[in-house]
Design a protein around this ligand. Structure first.
Ligand code: ATP
Ligand code: MG
Length: 135
């Protein structure tokens, strides 16, 4: 369940994309932070990364989830978006607290791509990958 994202043609981004990809498929890496000046191409890179999951078979991810986060970080909303994409039932969800929900999400082999400002990215308990973009 991976949805292709439309992306403009880019120049000189492929080696950076290869670099990020090699970390995504590295099992030891749990979180990747992407930051840089506005307009440098972070969002574009994330879209291309999302699409690479469709082209490459050399990864173990069944689901790639794109979550957009506003400046007001709301962990509950983020977890809820992820839960819906993973089809986790209300029954399983309703008796869990934030940490337990993070643990539940971590059981799945997923990659979560998050667009947001880097500031408090580490405080979001998704239990899996986190990609940030500074604004
Ligand atoms: N390597 C590239 N080749 C061609 N166009 C590019 C490249 N990198 C970025 N662009 C273009 O520059 C514009 C800004 O890129 P993008 O939105 O990815 O930047 P950003 O780093 O996410 O910026 P912000 O921090 O404001 O969110 C887009 O129109 C994108 O298509
Ligand atoms: Mg951006």
């Amino acid at each position: 369940m991976i949805v292709e994202m439309p992306v403009d043609k880019t120049m000189g981004m492929d080696s950076r994309l290869d670099d990020v990809w090699s970390r995504v498929v590295d099992h030891k890496v749990r979180i990747i932070g992407l930051y840089g000046t506005g307009g440098v191409g972070k969002t574009t890179l994330l879209k291309k990364l999302n699409n690479r999951f469709l082209k490459k078979t050399s990864h173990n991810f069944d689901v790639v989830i794109w979550v957009e986060v506003s400046k007001e970080v709301n962990s509950e909303n983020i977890q809820e978006t992820i839960r819906h994409k993973l089809d986790i039932s209300d029954e399983i969800w309703k008796n869990k607290n934030e940490d337990e929900r993070a643990a539940q999400i971590t059981q799945e082999k997923i990659c979560i791509i998050i667009r947001r400002s880097m500031g408090s990215a580490r405080s979001i308990k998704t239990g899996s990958f986190l990609f940030g973009g500074s604004k």
